[in-house]
Design a protein around this ligand. Structure first.
Ligand code: NAD
Ligand code: UFG
Length: 335
């Protein structure tokens, strides 16, 4: 079965390509390499010993994107392509709305034209805004606090409207919590540009000596140790969730959101302790001001994905730390 993966050269996309190829799918990647390198796809093929087809294409370019549909026999799409940096989205909202929303609209137009109506979409726990309580279930009210989050929320709404207008569609909306870690081979992983915004890549860069210390953004939250609590989940577990969602949408019609999280929350200090234990590396840190827009606690109720998709996370926080570290030491400068 041929699967189109938009954004397949990126962090989560590349790990998902590995799982797809290992499970016997034929993979067609469309990526403009705006936030990734061709090398990641080379390594995906090296890890799996299988070939994938790559189009260096911007999904905003309808004519180019159409080639991927006309030259292949695509049966379903996994849609990762998009921009994802919250701070950047506040500074460049037009860029974010255009790339994420227009990109998705063009993709859906092409899908409709080629009668491909099976879609797995990358959403985010950010669509829960400032949740009133934890754990967060899919029924919680949705809101967003920044342009990036609003693009995810708007795309979810657009997909609902598409399904409402044509009941042949089958869409899985996957709301990821905090993906971290890397493939256990240490060959593919997260390769942020410049200073990492996210906790784990920052920690690994401190551990490898690229940065002096970590700043912990706030230690007065109402959590067990005062630092922010998140649902960190191994990127390979996230990737496997896509295969389960794919199996589901191939058999059914409708549109459903699913949380992809472990259901367990760890604080920033918990992550540091686990990283130090897993790697024997010391992480110096200072406490600094809270980051604007951050919430105290965010973790999933993952029961819906468990019961309906038959998926649950298998890897623990030690695996996440060790695998993130292996990727970092093997690739100190990324790809
Ligand atoms: P990533 O930046 O590593 O991957 C996105 C890929 O899309 C990149 O390879 C980039 O080059 C490509 N891309 C962007 N715009 C494109 C366009 N117009 N045409 C073609 N390719 C384009 O990000 P990721 O961490 O792998 O995230 C994948 C998806 O998951 C994104 O939609 C992101 O918003 C979502 N998500 C990520 C996280 C996270 O923490 N990583 C959390 C929740 C949701
Ligand atoms: N943190 C630090 N220091 C850092 C980086 C992060 O203390 O240098 C803290 C944050 O304050 C937070 C925790 O570590 O408490 C996790 O922060 P991340 O930036 O790694 O992750 P977030 O939960 O803030 O954001 C992630 C994605 C967003 C997405 C959001 C909600 O990066 O794109 O989850 O799903 F919107």
């Amino acid at each position: 079965m041929e699967i189109l993966v938009t954004g397949g050269a990126g962090y989560i996309g590349s790990h998902t390509c590995v799982e797809l190829l290992n499970s016997g799918y034929e993979v067609i990647v469309v990526d403009n390499l705006s936030n990734s390198k061709r090398e990641s796809l080379k390594r995906v093929q090296e890890i799996t010993g299988k070939h994938l087809k790559f189009y260096e294409i911007d999904i905003l370019e309808k004519v180019s994107l159409e080639k991927a549909f006309s030259e292949n026999n695509i049966e379903a799409v996994i849609h990762f392509a998009g921009f994802k940096a919250v701070g950047e989205s506040i500074k460049m909202p037009i860029l974010y709305y255009h790339n994420n929303i227009t990109g998705t609209l063009i993709l859906c137009e092409e899908m409709r034209k080629y009668n491909v109506k099976k879609l797995v979409f990358s959403s985010s726990a950010t669509v829960y805004g400032m949740p009133k309580s934890v754990p967060i279930s899919e029924k919680f009210p949705l809101s967003a606090t920044n342009p990036y989050g609003r693009t995810k929320l708007m795309i979810e709404t657009i997909l609902q409207d598409i399904y409402a207008s044509d009941k042949e569609w089958s869409v899985a909306i996957l709301r990821y919590f905090n993906p971290i870690g890397a493939h256990e081979s240490g060959r593919i992983g997260e390769d942020p540009n410049g200073t990492p915004n996210n906790l784990m890549p920052f920690i690994t860069q401190v551990a490898v000596g690229k940065r002096d210390k970590l700043s912990i953004f706030g230690a007065n939250y109402a959590t067990h140790d005062g630092t922010g609590v998140r649902d960190y989940i191994h990127v390979v577990d996230i990737a496997k969730g896509h295969l389960k969602a794919l199996e589901k949408i191939m058999k059914t019609r409708g549109i459903e959101p699913y949380n992809l999280g472990t259901g367990v929350g760890y604080s920033v200090l918990d992550v540091i302790k686990n990283f130090e234990k897993a790697t024997n590396k010391k992480i110096p840190y200072v406490i600094s001001e809270p980051r604007l827009g951050d919430i105290a606690e965010c973790y999933a109720n993952p029961i819906k994905a468990k019961t309906i998709l038959k998926w649950s996370a298998e890897k623990n926080i030690q695996d996440m730390c060790l695998d993130a570290w292996r990727w970092q030491i093997n690739n100190p400068n990324g790809y």
